[in-house]
Write a protein that binds this ligand. Structure first.
Ligand SMILES: CC1(C)c2ccccc2-c2ccc(C[C@@H](CC(=O)O)C(=O)C(=O)O)cc21
Ligand SMILES: [Zn+2]
Length: 333
């Protein structure tokens, strides 16, 4: 019995200069899970049946046979980073803050599942990397739909109701290559991040660390992403990044990580760990009544509204920074 054989080892994690603590791992029947969710704190839910049919059946071969014959959305990157960007914010005049054309770091293509799997199998160092994203709707094969309806919906619907979340907006399926990295960003939705195959390292930071993570301006295509490159942080441009304090978990098949709304997350498929499969459950946030003291994520939301309003009236993004500086420096500092 190789009981001591760990499913992964630390050499499979990229090295960062970060102060990190472990995210708690709780058995899905543990009532303490609801305390974490109520306090908008991350927790790994273990041993659940949330995506059990997928854990049991969704091997790469099964997905290749059953995902469906329509093209799937695949992102292509020349390196291991898959940085999200909002296409709608590239072309409108207000996006390029310094008048510099925005060059998308990844491109989006439609690919048949067979071609995706072939490129993953034949990938060599130096080749472009790919990352498949597919919404789990009726366009996928019947077997996948049957597995999907057998997820433990009672459990996730129960949490959605108990914590007054908004509606489930989407379940996305992700197939990543080993080593793929999704750089640090936040989403404006609650997220049950269900790991199906392979292992992913998730590094999270609370919304209160906004000042240490230097998000792009709201009108920038990389809105909601951190400007800091975790592998080569520029401490001159981003001095407060030195003070960042995060939480991490390596999730494997059957683990479900609760990523609270507005929490920053940096996610990577382990090095030499083979392809990974994840299903996420995105929910709209609950009703955000302004109760005092305000929650940290509500303050972030307010800053977003200020930036959007200023841009709306100033029109030119180059004027937003100077106006904010003139408002604050010497007066609020
Ligand atoms: C990298 C990729 C494919 C992508 C490219 C271009 C636009 C959007 C996205 C996008 C959005 C979500 C994820 C899943 C996950 C990160 C992870 O598991 O890697 C995550 O962030 C979340 O569940 O919130 C992954 C991606
Ligand atoms: Zn995300």
């Amino acid at each position: 019995m190789d009981g001591d054989k760990k499913p992964w080892d630390p050499s499979q994690l990229r090295k960062y200069d970060l102060n990190l603590e472990e995210i708690p791992r709780l058995h899905y029947k543990d009532p303490k899970i609801d305390e974490y969710i109520k306090e908008n704190k991350p927790v790994v839910i273990t041993e659940s049946n949330i995506v059990k049919p997928a854990v049991q059946r969704w091997s790469l071969e099964y997905l290749e046979r059953n995902l469906g014959h329509s093209g799937h959305t695949v992102f292509v990157s020349r390196n291991h980073k898959f940085k999200y960007y909002d296409e709608k914010k590239i072309y409108n005049r207000v996006s390029n803050t310094k008048g510099v054309e925005f060059t998308p770091p990844t491109r989006k293509v439609e690919m048949r599942i067979e071609d995706f799997m072939k490129r993953v199998k034949e990938w060599k160092k130096g080749d472009e990397r790919i990352y498949l994203q597919q919404s789990l709707t009726t366009t996928v094969g019947n077997n996948i739909v049957e597995d999907f309806v057998k997820f433990d919906w009672d459990y996730v619907n129960g949490k959605q109701t108990k914590h007054n979340w908004g509606p489930l907006t989407s379940n996305l399926l992700f197939i990543a290559m080993e080593g793929n990295q999704t750089p640090c960003h936040y989403d404006e939705q609650e997220n049950f991040f269900a790991q199906v195959q392979g292992y992913k390292r998730c590094i999270l930071f609370p919304p209160s660390q906004f000042e240490c993570l230097y998000p792009y301006p709201v009108h920038h295509p990389h809105d909601r992403q951190s400007m800091v490159d975790f592998e080569r942080p520029d401490y001159n441009k981003f001095p407060k990044f030195k003070n960042v304090k995060g939480w991490e978990a390596v999730v494997g098949p059957g683990d479900v990580l609760y990523i609270p709304i507005y929490w920053w997350h940096h996610i990577e498929s382990l090095l030499r760990g083979g392809p990974t499969v994840t299903v996420n459950f995105w929910y709209k946030g609950g009703p955000s009544t302004l109760e005092y003291p305000l929650k940290d994520h509500q303050k972030v939301s307010i800053t977003r509204n200020v930036e959007k309003m200023l841009l709306e009236v100033l029109q030119d993004p180059k004027e937003v920074g100077p106006l904010l500086r003139s408002m604050v420096l010497g007066r609020y500092t």
